[in-house]
Design a protein around this ligand. Structure first.
Ligand SMILES: [Zn+2]
Length: 316
């Protein structure tokens, strides 16, 4: 099994450098003048040089993708983010008139008359059609999904790890954009950012069981790797490959989850055309030179930020 990298076109995403750092951009999004977006990368600055301390806050390292906002021309945007819990809870975000904060209206209650929650509530997806608000979700292996409605000028940011994907967070977000903004799925563009890919995302049988119970054809989300092909993949030294049965590291086939396949299934199921779904061909666990990876680096791994917003007319 070859690594995910190289199987997809590199032309739809590019790495961009600014004064405050580098980010990954989806070219289909970059062509839309009213849209601002970025998938931040590993902080290459002084934060990255700090050694993690025992007891340090798990995601304290390199947690500030917001540093890129001035490079993106979004320095004066209001920021919206969540306390992420691997749920499928989502909010629509509105400006708080006369204040520098935003309001979060829980899915299903998103009318302008609602009071909304003032501070980052618990949840895993955000939508807005208000200009000047930057939605952000934090990731370090989980899949960030950004959505843009070309006609209605509405956007969404989704944090989709396996639990959120199991709860259909991506599909629910499209449904909520339809309900709240009248978005038509055929007008949506999706950008799936860097995440751990099926080359590296080994999971247990319980994850297969969980998806099989909720998705028809869930087997297509997984790759099973035989001991032989695994050994070949990892180019193990001969003495490992020849370990006695029951004692070698490759005696059990591994199961690998393809989060991109799950997100793609949900987007297409919700009516987003396949040709409008763009996938960044970066595996965070393969490319720790560019990204943080929870699997590779543990709980001290930093977090990247996937951001999206609508530019106010005056700044276009
Ligand atoms: Zn990988």
């Amino acid at each position: 099994m070859a690594c995910y990298i190289g199987r997809l076109s590199r032309t739809t995403f590019k790495l961009v450098s600014g004064r405050e750092g580098a980010w990954v951009e989806c070219e289909a999004f970059s062509r839309i003048p009213w849209l601002v977006h970025a998938f931040s990368t590993r902080d290459q600055g002084k934060q990255a040089a700090l050694k993690p301390r025992r007891g340090a806050k798990a995601n304290a390292m390199g947690n500030d993708g917001w540093r890129l906002v001035s490079d993106l021309g979004a320095g004066d945007f209001q920021r919206a983010s969540l306390r992420q819990t691997h749920s499928s809870i989502l909010y629509s975000v509105l400006p708080n008139l006369g204040s520098t904060t935003v309001r979060y209206n829980l899915s299903g209650y998103a009318s302008a008359a609602d009071k909304g929650k003032p501070h980052s509530p618990s949840g895993d997806a955000l939508i807005t059609k208000h200009a000047g608000i930057l939605l952000g979700v934090r990731v370090a292996d989980c899949l960030p999904v950004l959505l843009a409605d070309r006609k209605n000028r509405a956007v969404a940011a989704v944090h989709a790890g396996w639990r959120g994907a199991l709860g259909r967070v991506v599909e629910k977000t499209v449904g909520e954009m339809r309900r709240v903004f009248g978005s038509r799925p055929e007008n949506l563009i999706a950008a799936l950012g860097p995440s751990i890919r099926s080359c590296c995302y080994e999971v247990g049988e319980e994850v297969v069981d969980a998806f099989s119970g909720r998705f028809a054809g869930a087997e297509g989300f997984f790759r099973r790797s035989s001991p032989d092909s695994e050994a070949a993949n990892r180019r193990l030294p001969l003495f490992f490959a020849q370990a006695p049965p029951g004692h070698g590291p490759e005696d059990h086939p591994g199961i690998y989850l393809d989060l991109v396949a799950v997100a793609r299934y949900q987007l297409e199921n919700a009516g987003v055309p396949a040709a409008r779904i763009h996938v960044a061909d970066y595996c965070t666990a393969c490319r720790t030179d560019l990204f943080y990876s929870y699997r590779k680096e543990g709980s001290f791994a930093g977090r990247m930020l996937a951001m999206i917003g609508v530019r106010p007319a005056s700044s276009r």
